[in-house]
Ligand binder design. Structure first.
Ligand code: EPU
Length: 417
C-alpha cells in the first residue's frame, strides 16, 4: 500500500507549471470517439483518470499514440461494445461515453460510473436529456442500456446547470437530426473546451460558455484538434498553498480569468498576488483577514476548491465561514484537519472556522480527490510528519503532484508500507 509522507513547515519557492484540466480532458477523450478519422489532443494531464479512459477507448477499437502530453487517437475502427465495468467504475467521467456512443451508434450499454464519494450525484438530468433527443433508457441494477432508432434535436431545459449533463447532451446532440437547445446550460470553461474540440471536427455549436447552447446536428464528424485548457482547480490548489507557505511561488500556464472568484477572495483575505496574463506569483500572506465563501456554479466560487480553501481559512485571524451548495458530502476532511489542530465546526452544509490555529503532523486519509490535495497542503504547513492514506484519490486528478512539490522545495515522497 502507498502513502504520502510529508515533513512540513518549510517555506516553498520556485515555479509550478499547471497541467491540462482533468475535468476537461475526461470529457475530451470520450468526445474524440465521435470523429470518424483522427483526433489530436495536446496538454493531456498525467493522471489515473486518463489511464482508464484510454483503456475504454482501446476497448472500443480506438488506437492511441502518445508522446508525453500529446495524444493522437485513430478512430477509424471504433466499434460499439459494452464498456467493461472494471474501467467505467473507476471514474465518474466514464459517463461521457453514454452521450458519445449514443450520438455515434444510437446504442450504449454501460455500468453506473464511479468517482469521488462527495454526495449522491445522480445522473437524472443526463438521462432526461437523452430521452428528449428520442432515446429510451433501460436501467437494470447498476447497468444502463440507452438506445434510439434515431436522435432528433429538441429543446432541453436543465433544472440545474449541471456540467456533466450539459456535456453529455452536447455529445449526443451533435450528430442528431435538426436543432437542439440546451437551456440553463452550465457555463464552466471545460464546456467551451469540449465545444471547440467538437467544432474543429465539423460540429455546429453556438453559445458554449453561456447558459443557452444551440446545436445544429451534422451527419458526420471528421478529424479534430484541441489543447486541454489549464486546470483551474489545480492552479487554485497551488495558489492557496502559496498564500499559506510560499516564499515566492510562480503558478505558471494558467488562465487567471478562470479563477477570479478565488483570487478575489484571496485578495480580500490579504493574500499577496501578482496577476499576469498567464501566471500568478504568490507569497505567504502578511495580512490574514477572515472571509466568508459560498460555493456556486461558474463563474462563482468552485466547489472543487472549497476544501483547500477551508484549510486556508484555518490560518486566517478570527471567524471565517464556508457554505457548500453543490454536494452533500464534502466536509469529511474537516475531521482530519481538526485532528491536526484546526477549529472547524460543520452544521449541515455550513462550516465555521476559528483561526489561526497551528497544525501538527498526523496520520490522515484522503477521503476524496480534493480532500486529498487539502491533506497534502495541510501536511506542508504543519509542524512535523504527516502520513496520508488512500492516495489513489489524489493521483486520479493531480498530475505529477509529488514532483511539482519537490521542485519548489517540499519534503514530500510516496512510501510503500
Ligand atoms: N446533479 C443532479 N442530476 C444530474 C446531474 C447533476 O442532481 O443529472 C446534481 C449533482 O448531484 C450535484 C450537482 O448537480 O449536486 C452538480 O453536478 P454537476 O453535474 O455539475 O457535476 P458533475 O458533472 O458530476 C463536474 C466535475 C466535478 C465538479 C462539478 C461542478 C467532472 C468529472 N466532475 O461534476 O469535479 O465538482 O462538475 O463543477 O467533470 C472534482 O474535480 O473534484 C469534481 C468533483
Amino acid at each position: 500500500m502507498q502513502q504520502i509522507h510529508i515533513q512540513g513547515g518549510k517555506l516553498l519557492e520556485g515555479t509550478i507549471n499547471i497541467s491540462g484540466a482533468k475535468n476537461s480532458c475526461v470529457a475530451l477523450l470520450p468526445a474524440a470517439i465521435l470523429c470518424s478519422n483522427k483526433a489530436i489532443i495536446d496538454n493531456v494531464p498525467d493522471i489515473s483518470d486518463v489511464y482508464y479512459l484510454e483503456k475504454i477507448i482501446e476497448q472500443l477499437g480506438g488506437k492511441i499514440t502518445k508522446d508525453n502530453d500529446h495524444f493522437e487517437i485513430d478512430c477509424n475502427n471504433i466499434k460499439n461494445t459494452a464498456i467493461k465495468e472494471e474501467y467505467s467504475s473507476k471514474l465518474r467521467a466514464s459517463y461521457y461515453f453514454m452521450g458519445a456512443l449514443l450520438g455515434k451508434f444510437h446504442y450504449v450499454e454501460m455500468y453506473f460510473p464511479g468517482g469521488c464519494n462527495i454526495g449522491l450525484r445522480p445522473i437524472n438530468l443526463h438521462l432526461e436529456g437523452f430521452k428528449k433527443l428520442g432515446a429510451k433508457v433501460i436501467n437494470q441494477g447498476n447497468k444502463y442500456i440507452i438506445k434510439a432508432d434515431s436522435l432528433k434535436g429538441n429543446f432541453i431545459n436543465l433544472d440545474f446547470a449541471s456540467v456533466g449533463a450539459t456535456i453529455n447532451i452536447l455529445l449526443a446532440a451533435v450528430l442528431a437530426e435538426g436543432q437542439t437547445i440546451i437551456n440553463n446550460a452550465a457555463c464552466e470553461p471545460e464546456i467551451v473546451n469540449v465545444a471547440s474540440f467538437l467544432t474543429s471536427m465539423g460540429a455546429k455549436i453556438y453559445g458554449a460558455g453561456t447558459s443557452r447552447i444551440k446545436i445544429i446536428g451534422v451527419k458526420e464528424l471528421k478529424s479534430g484538434y484541441t489543447e486541454v485548457i489549464p486546470d483551474r482547480i489545480e492552479a487554485g490548489t497551488y495558489l492557496i498553498m502559496g498564500a499559506l507557505i510560499g516564499k515566492k511561488i510562480t503558478i505558471n500556464n494558467i488562465i487567471p480569468e478562470h479563477i477570479e472568484s478565488l483570487t478575489s477572495k484571496l485578495l480580500e483575505s490579504g493574500a499577496e498576488l501578482e496577476i499576469y496574463e498567464n501566471k500568478i506569483i504568490v507569497s505567504q500572506n502578511k495580512v490574514k483577514n477572515a472571509i466568508n465563501i459560498k460555493s456556486q456554479v461558474f463563474p462563482g466560487f468552485p466547489t472543487d476548491i472549497g476544501q483547500p480553501m477551508g484549510l486556508y481559512m484555518t490560518q486566517l485571524n478570527g471567524f471565517s465561514t464556508y457554505e457548500e451548495t453543490i454536494y452533500e458530502n464534502r466536509m469529511q476532511y474537516t475531521k482530519y484537519l481538526n485532528q491536526m489542530g484546526a477549529n472547524m465546526n460543520v452544521t449541515g452544509q455550513k462550516l465555521s472556522i476559528i483561526g489561526p490555529t497551528p497544525l501538527k503532523g498526523a496520520y490522515v486519509t484522503a477521503t476524496d480527490l480534493r480532500a486529498g490535495a487539502t491533506m497534502v497542503i495541510a501536511g506542508l504547513i504543519a509542524d512535523g510528519d504527516t502520513y496520508i492514506e488512500e492516495i489513489n484519490h489524489i493521483l486520479r486528478g493531480y498530475s505529477g503532484i509529488i514532483e511539482k512539490l519537490q521542485a519548489v522545495g517540499a519534503n514530500i515522497e510516496i512510501i510503500e508500507i
